[in-house]
Design a protein around this ligand. Structure first.
Ligand code: SF4
Length: 335
């Protein structure tokens, strides 16, 4: 049986909007609004969705880089939101994050050796006298030469800097790594190299990844399971094959239709969504997707669909749409 590593329950992140003379809270941006999911040991779960769907905010809230408004985050059974700030800092040894722009998260005045040494010293994971050897190992593990450890971040290319970001995350022997758009800024060929490196490291060190990305092509390559988010909520979740081959939510179908297909014989008709993503300050009532959904009815405008399964769906595959069965059966036509 798979072991639960991370369990997120009803997580909410509402950022206050201040206004008026007194700077009072006049409203909230509901960036994450009731998100629940589990990540099992050794798997890669991806969170996908358009910009502003709440995927990166979810990652930051799990690590408490921004304090969540409410909800629960359990890591190995321990409630992370109940930890003091000092306890949480220690806990970050087990939960690391790799950002899209490693350069922004690395001190440009430090050499790579200093960056890695600092990470190990803060978490006190490797005795001082063994750190030089550990740095040599880490550099080689991520495909950089040990001799490059005394260079500064600006002396490296984008792909190499992301390898430094990975080395820094690995330096404290984490169990879970949150990859927040970690390969999005890289050229396609470099992207593939970094993804292959992440997969290799996962096998070697039994790592678990929460992979946050807007790029479904990358997600298809790396994931075991996929979570699709729209306007702060999960609209579909399931194993990769179920979601990619048998997507149920109209939003997921639209996202998938935008992936380029290499085979010209295959007809992948692009589903164009109308309008923009609504504001997370006043999200639409009922199904949040109804303002853009080609199947929306009056019920969609008033009743919020829960995540659920139909009997033809594979175990663990859930979607939040009132009409997935009717759409699947071709009984409803897009308008
Ligand atoms: Fe579209 Fe209605 Fe389903 Fe929402 S519930 S995805 S609006 S059909």
């Amino acid at each position: 049986m798979q072991k639960e590593l991370l369990k997120v329950e009803d997580l909410r992140q509402h950022f206050p909007i201040k206004g008026g003379w007194l700077g009072r809270t006049v409203n909230h941006v509901k960036a994450v609004d009731g998100v629940s999911f589990t990540v099992y040991e050794g798997e890669t779960v991806s969170i996908v969705g358009e910009s502003g769907c709440g995927k990166s905010t979810t990652g930051r809230a799990i690590l408490r880089l921004d304090e969540p408004t409410s909800g629960e985050v359990h890591f190995e059974g321990e409630d992370l939101l109940a930890l003091s700030k000092a306890q949480m800092r220690k806990k970050r040894k087990d939960l690391q994050i790799i950002f899209q722009d490693p350069y922004a998260s690395i001190n440009p005045r430090q050499t790579v050796r200093q960056v890695l040494e600092e990470a190990m010293a803060i978490q006190n994971v490797v005795p001082r006298e063994q750190r030089a050897e550990r740095i040599r190992e880490l550099m080689e593990t991520v495909g950089l030469g040990a001799h490059q450890a005394d260079r500064f971040p600006h002396e490296f290319s984008g792909g190499q800097r992301q390898r430094i970001g990975i080395a820094r995350a690995l330096s404290v022997n984490p169990k879970l790594i949150i990859c927040d758009e970690a390969v999005s800024a890289l050229d396609v060929s470099i992207q593939a190299q970094v993804i292959n490196l992440l997969k290799k490291l996962q096998r070697e060190f039994q790592l678990t990844y929460l992979f946050i990305s807007h790029d479904l092509g990358v997600v298809r390559h790396i994931s075991d399971r996929v979570i699709v988010m729209y306007l702060g909520r999960i609209v579909e979740i399931g194993d990769k094959k179920s979601v990619f081959d048998n997507a149920q939510h109209p939003y997921t179908k639209a996202l998938l239709s935008a992936i380029p297909v290499p085979d010209p014989e295959k007809n992948n008709e692009r589903i164009l969504l109308k309008g923009d993503v609504p504001s997370p300050i006043n999200p639409p009532e009922g199904c949040r997707f109804h303002t853009r959904c080609p199947f929306a009815t009056d019920k969609c405008r008033t009743e919020t669909p829960e995540l659920r399964a139909e009997d033809y769906m594979k175990e663990g595959h859930l979607a939040a749409c009132h009409y997935m069965k009717e759409i699947e059966a071709g009984e409803m036509q897009p308008q």
